[in-house]
Design a binder for this molecule. Sequence first.
Ligand code: SPV
Ligand code: MN
Length: 623
Amino acid sequence: MEVIDQPNLEKLNALNNKYVLKIVKEFVNLCKPSKVTVITDTKEDIDYVRIRAIEVKEEENLTLEGHTIHYDGFLTMSNHDQARDKANTQILVSKKEKGSYPWINTMEREKGLNEILEIMDGCMEGHECVIRFFCLGPKNSKFSILALQLTDSFYVAHSEDLLYRAGYKEFKRLNGSNDFFYFIHSSGELIGDPPVTKNLEKRRIYVDLQEDRVLSVNNQYAGNSLGLKKLALRLAIYKANNEDWLAEHYFIMGVDPKGKDRVSYFCGAFPSACGKTSTAMLPGQTIAGDDIAYLRVWEDGYAHAANIERGIFGIIKDVNAEDDPVIFDALTTPRETIFSNVLISNGTPYWIGDGRDIHDGGLNYSGKWNIGKKDEDGKEIPHSHPNARYTIRIEELNNIDPNLHNPDGVQVHGIFYGGRDSDTMPPVLESLNWEHGVFLGASIESETTSATLGAEGVRSQQPMANLDFLVVPLGKYLKNHQKFGSRLKYPPRIFSTNYFLKNKDGKYLNGILDKLCWVIWAEGRTNGDYDAINTPIGFIPQYKDLKEIFKIYLNKEYSENDYIEQFSIRIQYLLEKLDRIEAMYKKEKNIPDFFWRVLKKQRSELLTLSIKYNKEVISPFEL
Ligand code: SPV
Ligand code: MN
């Protein structure tokens, strides 16, 4: 490996880990970078990554100190690298398993490896490859999993620095063990200025469960490229479901109700672009994580959760001073921040829904941009991509939760599941028990958004908002959830939320900050503060409690009419939803019995209700 000079080799050798050396040798020989640089946990090494990202033009400095812009590849509005590529993300499995799970892209391992290793042959030619070491989860804790990343993208290496905990020292503590995940990434051949992936048609992300590794090539978008994000989540889901813990698409937040001397921790899973980060960032509350958490059964009888990350890769669309004041403030003040795929004019970033008039002119992911610019297919190119993002450290925020790095994680009191649902589920509801809660999570539906490639606005089932990342059969995943709860003395209460309910005229029934009120109600429920109305679909809030919460937290008059519109039980819609859920789950063998039990009970109780009241929509005041 003559591409590694002596000082870099010494950094590798100091780890005393033959397995690390073997991986480095194998992939340096295959990918053929012109230079290899090893990044330890020192400031000097970390600064080097940031400086090189600018030098190689993967990022460019903006006016505010610490702000940079990065672009991902773009050809047209439907052919680009601005979102996760589901079709080319494959789980490598045995011949026998291939095609046996309806929701998982599977490929025969040998075939997949042959294909991707061929694409990766020489993929780093002319590039510098960086080797980075990280720790998923707090260091020195039951949650920690170590991760090794090789990449020829300084944007990827820099993003990981903002998003993950440095782990070179942790690797030293491994004492030569091979117990870690590893990720090989290459942007592949680059084109243009700024340089972006040229061969998007050869983009591949192959998950090799057998070796605890993911190989990713010909992409830059973080959801495809960053090993530690959604690629590691897939490996962790496999591990968790074959052990006894959970690896989930959860935020973690501390909920701090006014005038009550306590903070209760909540997790929450929402499909992309359904209000997940803005829930975790609600004013007056604290954020301990915005995307991925590991949960374990703890000695105190609670589930404990830890954020595997330490930063946020958030959707920037609709972040403005009014609706997301905390994030907006963070993004408009100097601090280390990577903007991606937004419009830049005179060193200032602009994005959709930023509360300003659309700025005409500047540079965006399509190059030089003006209002009205169209792609090759005649489709209008928005100034900022709907899935444009920002990357920051949670430590930069003043709403950071003090337990972000606690090796014991936090005690989980409640879990939210939500989707983008315009007509069926009420804004908030509490499950009847743990199994019913697992059912609630398993039956999230959501109208698709711009966070993945493909059509927008199509309703799909999104169990636990984790289906995109599932690598074990759904039945096994649900069973693991059920068992997890049954081992807890105090299982978290489970809540479903829906921020997207609309009236007959297609108008949203809730303001963007109303979600604070649902969160406060849920927190109160976990502490016995509020009674609730028992319905076939779960416990719903009483009007008087919401009226008070809206007044205290938003200074808003919450009317009886609002309540009736939002919390009426829409029997026909709910029954149709059950039919869709049943049809989906019937496609999979070995769905646990409890799931069917809950579904049948809910259907028969809804039918009984509709007969009793002889109507399809029942006001909560009548229940
Ligand atoms: C999501 O889409 O759920 C994200 C961003 O958190 S990505 O990294 O693309 O997964
Ligand atoms: Mn996510």
